[in-house]
Design a protein around this ligand. Structure first.
Ligand SMILES: N[C@@H](CCC(=O)N[C@@H](CS)C(=O)NCC(=O)O)C(=O)O
Length: 222
């Protein structure tokens, strides 16, 4: 039996969507984020890093969403529904699977941190300087980086229906978290190709079931 340790509004939504796409039976253990947005301590009992997602499969404890998606594809997708067949599409598949956590998520996380430097839990006396520092870094460097990435994604989706070609794949599943966060921030101007990709995702029955199981993937706006 597969058991997913699922934190609300988290990367765990990727795994839920994959489980639904593959029509696999699974159990969910739900965790709610603390007011700090951190995961409850109970998750550390499941895996030492205390993050979500964690998937248990017959005694195996698997962490890291991209690794979990690859595990599911290799072990539970005998017809390769979620991995493209052509060599060219597989290059894209591998790229986007790594890019989501390796390149785009760190920038979005930095955006979150630098935009919070003028607020709690930063001590009152440091908030003014924190705000100036945070804004300065965003303007001088971070926002330009994000604009480059947004343009890169738009250009790719102008040519491709899904991230790894004409077939929806684990690459799309991995991209939902940073892509939805990028769209919700809304600071990169209109991203029509990414928006259309999001609409295609939201129309899928498996996605809708995953949302019904795990809760909405609604990021607060910027
Ligand atoms: N790179 C990891 C990141 C895991 C991660 O940071 N998960 C977040 C939820 S999206 C989490 O558990 N946050 C709660 C915390 O840090 O306490 C993955 O892709 O699985």
């Amino acid at each position: 039996m597969l058991t997913l340790h699922h934190l609300n509004l988290s990367r765990s939504q990727r795994v839920l969507w994959a489980l639904e796409e593959l029509h696999l039976p699974y159990e969910i253990v739900h965790y709610q984020r603390e007011p700090t947005m951190l995961a409850p301590a109970a998750l550390k009992k499941v895996h030492p890093l205390g993050k979500s997602p964690v998937l248990e499969d017959d005694g195996q404890v698997l962490a890291e969403s991209g690794a979990i998606l690859e595990y599911l594809q290799e072990n539970y997708d005998p017809d390769s529904r979620l991995k493209p067949a052509s060599a060219a599409d597989r290059i894209q598949y591998r790229f986007w699977l790594h890019y989501a956590e390796g390149s785009l998520m760190p920038l979005l996380l930095m955006k979150l941190v630098f935009s919070q430097l003028g607020k709690r839990p930063v001590p009152v006396g440091l908030r003014t300087v924190g705000k100036v520092l945070g804004k300065g870094i965003q303007k001088a460097w971070l926002d330009k980086q994000l604009a480059t990435h947004a343009g890169f994604i738009e250009a790719h989706l102008a040519e491709h229906i899904w991230f790894a070609g004409e077939q929806m794949s684990m690459a799309d599943i991995q991209m939902i978290y940073p892509a939805f966060a990028l769209l919700a921030r809304g600071e990169q101007g209109p991203l029509p190709h990414l928006e259309r990709w999001k609409q295609r995702v939201e129309a899928l029955p498996a996605w809708q079931k995953a949302i019904a199981q795990g809760g909405p993937l609604d990021f607060p706006g910027s």
